[in-house]
Design a protein around this ligand. Sequence first.
Ligand code: HEC
Ligand code: HEC
Ligand code: HEC
Ligand code: HEC
Ligand code: HEC
Length: 261
Amino acid sequence: MQLTMGLLLTAALASVPAAAGNQPDDDPGYDQARWDPIHFKPAIDRAKDEQCLKCHNKVLERTVRAESPAGVKADEVLAWYQTLDTYTGVQDSFHRRHLVTDYAQRVMDLKCNTCHQGNDPREETASSSADASGELTQRKHVDPNICLMCHGKHNSAIMGIPPGDWRVTGAAYQYDCLLCHNSLRTNRHQVNFLKPGAIEAAAKENKDVCFGCHGGRAWYRIVYPYVRHPWPGSSNAVPEWAKDRPTESDPRYLIGMEKSG
Ligand code: HEC
Ligand code: HEC
Ligand code: HEC
Ligand code: HEC
Ligand code: HEC
């Protein structure tokens, strides 16, 4: 009985034309799309944004409400992390603020796979079964260390700057990071998700540029232990705190980069 019903239903559905205009012609279907190898290593590392956006274009199209259900107007509020001098334009979504707004495009070159490293759609938690891949982060989640690189605490302790908020302590340095960093740790930002030349140019115009990614929007109370590249004029003596630091950026962030000296 059930079988017959099932067959009848299938037959009936088959005769209904697919809803026009809803899906692209080459729609692979939900499950196949969800399990598309592009979501997983190794394919995800080489994926181009255009490939992801074929299915996920909403991620960049969606923006925020003009007014919240409680009546707060988006253009009348500014959050603490939007008070840096580099913040411009209307309130926008997380993805758009990192990928398409003017400032994002000027100093960064983030790709989908800079943050998205794959996940296991069957598991909320990685490593929950013997055959699960231990490399995967939580379902849909992004490794927070990626965020920490640009949203960590300003590490004044290793810089010889008195402890405290740079917005206060910075007065002694005219709030200018370049006072020291014109000659210190100058071999920086040579990775595929940043625009190193544009960052330096922007920093000369606007003192909040460096701070913006190194303490000015700190979601975390901890510091990020940056890679420590040798720089022109650096000595061979490695400070104690840097003993375990790598001297080359993560190879994942060098994919597609010209090898520069
Ligand atoms: C062929 C279409 C297709 C392509 C190409 C594609 N995705 Fe997806 N993706 C899906 C579908 C379908 C889902 C499941 C959505 C759901 O369950 O809500 C999904 C889920 C996701 C999720 C949420 C994971 C979860 O389990 O909730 C993320 C993040 C994601 N994709 C990122 C990407 C990125 C990054 C790329 C490019 C490297 C990409 N996708 C390429 C179709 C695609
Ligand atoms: C700056 C890091 C970052 C970048 C770059 C990024 N994402 Fe995301 N994405 C996230 C985070 C964080 C979430 C939320 C994860 C969670 O819910 O656990 C997310 C969620 C998603 C989701 C599921 C939820 C939703 O909003 O629909 C999809 C699909 C997705 N991203 C696709 C993309 C695609 C496609 C790109 C490239 C155009 C991209 N992302 C670029 C960090 C990023
Ligand atoms: C390469 C550096 C970089 C990375 C990596 C990064 N961010 Fe950001 N983030 C920024 C910059 C720069 C801005 C400010 C954009 C602007 O002013 O338009 C920002 C803004 C934000 C905002 C505020 C958006 C708004 O409406 O003002 C949030 C929230 C945020 N980031 C969270 C995250 C999270 C979570 C991650 C990790 C998934 C992440 N960021 C990864 C650089 C980064
Ligand atoms: C008084 C000089 C001075 C000022 C001002 C200064 N720094 Fe530094 N900074 C240093 C020194 C010293 C180091 C460590 C050098 C080394 O690796 O031996 C450093 C290291 C760093 C590092 C690398 C941290 C790590 O974990 O390896 C970053 C990022 C950084 N500074 C950003 C900034 C930013 C952004 C500003 C302005 C908000 C700033 N600095 C202001 C002296 C300074
Ligand atoms: C858009 C975000 C962003 C801006 C703006 C930015 N940085 Fe960075 N910075 C990063 C990231 C991400 C890294 C880590 C890159 C890597 O892993 O090689 C980094 C690394 C560094 C390092 C470590 C260098 C090394 O040895 O590899 C120093 C020092 C530094 N930044 C200082 C600065 C200064 C000074 C400015 C302003 C001129 C600045 N940053 C502006 C995101 C930013």
